[in-house]
Design a protein around this ligand. Structure first.
Ligand code: ADP
Ligand code: ASP
Ligand code: MG
Length: 446
């Protein structure tokens, strides 16, 4: 039995937490390979090491030196090593790190040092070997993970090592320089190690007792999800349930390795199992979870008989391709077509140029943009098994007095997406939660 365990920022926040992590690992000798994040927040209002490092990079960019910005980082690691009573030449390691940050002058390199340092400390604490992600996680020239090479190199590095600690969040780009994943990316690193080790289980340790039906910062004490499928996870995490990075299923999915979300503060809680559909048994719930993400724009195109105009969609898509804009959803009707796009990618005048090109390409009767839209995904395999789910969902939103700006129901019936104004995002999530969890609990006793 091989388990790969990834511990997130809160689990690594200080020496005390690291001791807790060590005791979790040592309590089960199948917990052989460990992936760690940089120390996160110790209390509300605290700053994550990764954020301190990004601030440090700003200073290097402007002045060529870390200045005072590195002092806080160094203090945190000094404190951790002292708290743990480790005999580690931490001053030398910190000095080398600061000099390397000034030499490299790269945001990715700087940000990666949080994981590098915390993995070295954790390896020393556990007495495990340290594997630098730079040597095993490789990106291609287009910036995408080179999965095959990465799995091979990681498997080779693990070979013959009973135990090891691997740094999360980063790897090496095709140019030989350090490159990070997007924020929260240590979850992907954990999945890579699980895949390379052909682990029986990928344990992802965080600060909540599993995946909850929605963000606990939006709904107080939401219901926990016992089990969900890879597909449900992908939909929910992509739409903002950031308990697990949305790309972390790819390395494990092909090998059918289950993911278990566990709570470092309550290690005996069951948490959530994320499973291939073949191993997933229907829970009886209509909805598995709800997630929301803000700041989208919807480009709405209307033209009579667009359905009969050959190449209409291609022309619009070519205009988008020309401006490097990708879209998230494309709900359409007989004479209408909408594109839901991340607002960030339309900044700096791109939106105006894109609209102009769409006008030229297809001469629409009506071309409008709705901005500041939040997308809310209601996800669950149970929705296809229950008649009237969308009616209930829209009724709940209407009763809360919220205007729906867009609807997209995937053909898989796994998921219904509604667009509402950014300001209504949290209220809509609460309304949907009330409808499917509070009510169904009362009715079905689930
Ligand atoms: P880590 O540092 O361990 O990687 P994250 O902060 O990335 O942890 O993810 C855990 C956090 O995700 C929780 O503390 C919670 O606030 C947030 N979260 C958002 N949506 C959900 C959800 N549906 N279920 C559980 N937690 C969620
Ligand atoms: N430390 C990185 C971040 O804060 C990566 C991670 O924790 O997964 O985003
Ligand atoms: Mg995370």
């Amino acid at each position: 039995m091989i388990k790969v365990c990834k511990f997130g920022g809160t689990s690594m926040a200080d020496g005390n937490m690291m001791k807790r992590v060590a005791s979790i690992i040592k309590s089960d000798d199948s917990r052989r390979y460990v992936v760690v994040s940089a120390p996160g927040k110790r209390f509300g209002g605290d700053v994550k090491i990764t954020d301190l490092l990004y601030a440090c990079y700003e200073s290097v960019k402007e002045t060529g030196s870390c200045g005072d910005a590195f002092a806080k980082i160094a203090d945190r690691f000094r404190g951790i090593v002292a708290e743990l009573g480790l005999k580690m030449a931490i001053e030398d390691v910190l000095d080398d790190t600061r000099r390397a940050i000034e030499r490299e002058r790269s945001a990715d390199f700087t940000a990666s040092r949080g994981e590098y340092l915390s993995a070295r400390v954790m390896a020393a604490l556990l007495g495990f070997e340290f594997i630098d992600a730079r040597d095993v996680v490789k990106f291609r020239a287009d910036g995408q993970l080179d999965s095959e090479l990465t799995f091979d190199l990681t498997a080779q590095a693990l070979k013959g090592k009973k135990y090891a600690v691997v740094s999360g969040f980063y790897g090496e780009g095709a140019d030989g320089r350090i490159k990070t994943f997007s924020r929260g990316g240590s979850d992907i690193s954990g999945a890579i190690v699980a895949r390379a080790a052909m682990a029986d289980l990928y344990e992802n340790w965080t600060d909540v007792s599993g995946f909850l039906a929605c963000d606990p910062r939006i709904v107080e004490n939401p219901v926990g999800i016992r089990a969900m499928s890879y597909k449900e996870l992908r939909e929910l995490s992509y739409m903002g349930a950031n308990v697990l990075h949305s790309e972390s299923i790819f390395p494990v999915r092909a090998a059918n390795i289950p993911i278990q979300i566990k709570n470092t503060f309550r290690p005996t809680d069951e948490g959530t199992m994320i499973l291939p559909i073949s191993k997933y048994t229907y829970s009886g719930r209509i909805v598995t979870g709800i997630a929301g993400k803000k700041n989208f724009a919807v480009i709405f195109i209307e033209k009579s008989l667009m359905n009969a105009e050959i190449g209409f969609a291609r022309k619009v898509l070519s205009a988008m391709e020309k401006h490097g804009v990708s879209f998230e959803h494309m709900p359409s009707g007989i004479d209408t077509m909408s594109f839901v796009i991340d607002s960030e990618s339309l900044k700096h005048g791109i939106l105006e140029e894109l609209l102009e090109d769409i006008r030229k390409a297809v001469n629409p009767d009506n071309l409008r943009v709705f901005d500041d839209i939040a997308l809310i995904a209601t996800v669950g395999h149970g929705m296809s098994k229950n008649v009237g789910t969308s009616a209930k969902l829209f009724d709940a939103i209407a009763r809360a007095g919220i205007n729906v700006r867009m609807i997209d129901q995937g053909s898989s019936e796994l998921n219904i997406i509604v667009g509402v104004d950014n300001d209504n995002c949290e209220r809509a999530i609460r309304a949907i939660y009330e409808e499917f969890f509070k009510k169904s609990e009362a009715t079905f006793g689930l």
